[in-house]
Design a binder for this molecule. Structure first.
Ligand code: FE2
Length: 257
């Protein structure tokens, strides 16, 4: 099946990255910033750990990751959105999640689609990119409900989940890393069937509809898992482009060139 057909049908594409050198650059950054023994990172509070992660995210955002990824995958974008100008999120999120050990609770967001957290009419047109960098395997990868992107929001029961272990403070490092300060919970998951794991070969990535229900990437391995990600949208679908806290107040979406 073509990339176009797969994306429309499954709401998800997993592909190999063509020009991988930017991934190696991110690996080196991680090596430098997370050079200590795993037990040190496990001993930190979540806030302390997220303060380290946000400083890595700041460095990551000096590396033009969005453009490098775009240059690598130009042909795929052209196939999916022929002739369309694309905008990308003005921040690359650094997704570092510790193993659930020694009292560490779930740090990754629960299952959601992006319309849980944004009611702009452009949100269903957004595309998520999730790019594994290090230690991503079947014990900690992102999960999704197959073909859930075609289910209407009206069929989903969503409620606030103040007790979610992943809830962070507004304007904290965790918030800057894209974690949720007002988490929500999907309470009728049973209508979606069974979640599936996104499985990756090295140097590959997932591109998926913002409407595909995803999350639940609890880390049941022994290592910190590292991924990066950002969102995209065709420019002609964009409505209100708010200032984005995570990128220090830049517009949420900016052009590639
Ligand atoms: Fe998401």
């Amino acid at each position: 099946m073509s990339n176009y057909d797969t994306y429309r049908k499954e709401g998800l594409l997993i592909n190999k990255i063509k020009k991988v050198s930017f991934i190696d650059d991110i690996k080196n950054l991680i090596k430098k910033d997370f050079s200590r023994d795993i037990n040190y990172y496990l001993s930190l509070s979540r806030e302390e750990f997220q303060n380290i992660a946000v400083s890595t995210q700041n460095e990551l955002n000096e590396m033009n990751i969005q453009k490098k990824f775009y240059n690598s995958e130009k042909e795929v974008f052209e196939e999916l959105f022929p002739g369309k100008k694309l905008l990308h999120e003005s921040v690359v999120f650094f997704r570092a999640v510790r193993p659930m050990k020694k009292g560490i609770k779930m740090e990754a967001p629960d299952f959601h689609r992006e319309t849980f957290y944004s009611d702009h009419s452009h949100t269903p047109h957004c595309v998520n990119l999730w790019i594994p960098v290090k230690n991503v395997d079947e014990k900690n990868t992102l999960q999704y409900y197959p073909r859930s992107h075609i289910i209407s929001d009206d069929d989903l029961s969503v409620e606030y989940d103040e007790n979610s272990p992943g809830k962070v403070e507004k304007f904290s490092s965790g918030h800057k890393l894209g974690f949720l300060w007002k988490p929500k919970k999907l309470s009728n998951k049973e209508i979606l069937g069974k979640p599936k794991k996104m499985l990756f070969k090295s140097y590959s990535y997932a591109m998926f509809s913002s409407m595909l229900i995803h999350g639940g990437s609890v880390n049941l391995s022994n290592s910190i898992r590292f991924a990066v990600g950002f969102g995209l949208i065709p420019e002609n679908k964009m409505t209100y482009n708010k200032k984005f806290f995570a990128s220090g107040g830049k517009p949420h979406y900016v052009p590639f060139s």
